[in-house]
Ligand binder design. Structure first.
Ligand code: KG4
Ligand code: ZN
Length: 389
């Protein structure tokens, strides 16, 4: 089965075409036919975070060129054969009334290229920034209409879990029940996968997400956006140079009896330390290390607590923050030593991508979980294990 995955929930525009076969635990395998991604992070950098309407505009500009690129890479671009007549293109124009730029690109595409060999379209419907999600959804609806291909709505967080579970060397080690620590710019969640693709939300952040804490602290240290990789680079330099340790920052909620998180206090504590001061490069490195240590310690401690009570032996750590090397090392040191199997996506697939959406889409497609286009809407606050897509 060939699935086209579309991801626009935040500041990455991404498209992936995979072919997959088999079922989980038996004979599952997949191949990436082609994919492409544009990160908008440098455009959002001046705002220190993602600016929703800018993200929406950029997705509208990026999607069609990325579709072309993906199909070219997959040898699936059907040239000199229009997909649609002018009447159908006018129908698409109506569907994309509010997305004029997206429509202009797509109309040209449909006039030049034919329907590629795909069986279904998987698109992120949430969680994420609603204006950004809508662009991807409307794009999916337009190509579904013209090519007569069904759509599968996908929960972005499920994508983050499955990309870690289904990685080449991870696939044979992943067993349910499994625990997932999902850490990104918008989310910090502990989710239990009781049975394959059946979820229960165990805990989540009450305020800022872990990635958001990295980003906000980085801003206070006058570092670039996204802040996670910047803090991580400075923290590593502090360790390599054997710089002294900073005064301890709080580890919010680390010993509470629930599995929730809170990172807003960390940012406030950092603000208090830096306000009105001009930090030297070494002082920034020292503080960056303490920020990384504090966030990591909370994440690892809570994950361990969740794993011990959930009965899961497999732990998946995914989402943008899982690219963090220190977090990876600490998870391995503290959780593998307790007998848990820890699985990460490769760092390039830790952050947002469309392969994870195509993969999740495949597993819903084999159960025929298609949704009529008119019923597909963006759900900015969609929660895994709490409601369906
Ligand atoms: O999953 P993702 O790409 O997008 C969202 O769905 O939010 O995650 C982006 C987040 C950002 O907050 C970024 O600072 C953080 O992941 N991040 C990192 C690292 N790489 C990305 N945080 C810590 N260390 C990293 N190496
Ligand atoms: Zn994400």
């Amino acid at each position: 089965m060939r699935i086209l995955g579309i991801e626009t929930s935040c500041d990455e525009t991404a498209i992936s075409l995979i072919s997959a076969e088999g079922t989980f635990g038996k004979d599952f395998s997949y191949k990436v036919e082609g994919e492409s991604l544009i990160s908008q992070s440098s455009l959002h950098a001046p705002y220190g975070g993602v600016f929703p309407n800018l993200a929406k505009r950029e997705h509208g500009r990026n999607l069609t060129p990325l579709l072309m690129e993906t199909l070219k890479r997959a040898n699936a671009l059907v040239e000199n054969q229009p997909s649609a007549d002018e009447k159908t293109i006018a129908e698409v124009g109506k569907m994309l009334e509010r997305e004029t730029e997206l429509f202009a690109f797509l109309a040209d595409f449909f006039r030049s290229y034919g329907k590629p060999d795909i069986d279904a379209i998987a698109v992120t419907t949430g969680p994420g920034l609603e204006p950004a999600l809508w662009v991807g959804i409307n794009f999916a609806k337009a190509i579904s209409h013209v090519w007569n291909v069904p759509i599968i709505p996908v929960n972005h967080m499920e994508g983050h879990i499955l990309i870690a579970a289904l990685g080449e060397s991870n696939l044979r080690q992943f067993h349910v029940p499994a625990l997932a620590l999902l850490v990104s710019g918008g989310h910090t969640e502990l989710v239990l996968m009781k049975e394959w693709m059946q979820y229960k939300l165990l805990g989540e952040t009450r305020d800022d997400a872990a990635g958001e804490a990295f980003d906000k602290c980085a801003r206070l240290l006058e570092l670039g956006y996204p802040g996670g990789p910047e803090i991580s680079r400075l923290a590593q330099a502090a360790r390599n140079q054997n710089l002294p340790k900073a005064a301890a920052l709080p580890r919010p909620m680390i010993h509470t009896n629930d599995l929730d998180f809170s990172f807003a206090g960390l940012k406030t504590a950092v603000r208090r330390q830096v306000e009105g001061k001009k930090l030297t490069d070494d002082e920034k490195k020292i503080l960056a290390r303490e920020i990384e240590d504090a966030i990591t310690e909370v994440l690892v401690t809570k994950t361990k607590a969740a794993a011990e009570t959930s009965g899961a032996r497999t732990i998946v750590v995914s989402g943008g923050v899982s690219a963090n090397q220190h977090l990876r090392n600490q998870c391995e040191q503290q959780l593998e030593s307790e007998g848990f199997v820890i699985l990460f996506p490769t760092p390039d697939l830790s952050t947002d991508n469309a392969r994870m959406i195509a993969l999740a889409g495949y597993f819903h497609a084999i159960n025929e979980k298609y949704t009529l286009p008119q019923n597909i809407i963006a759900k900015g606050n969609l929660r895994l294990g709490a409601e369906s897509v």
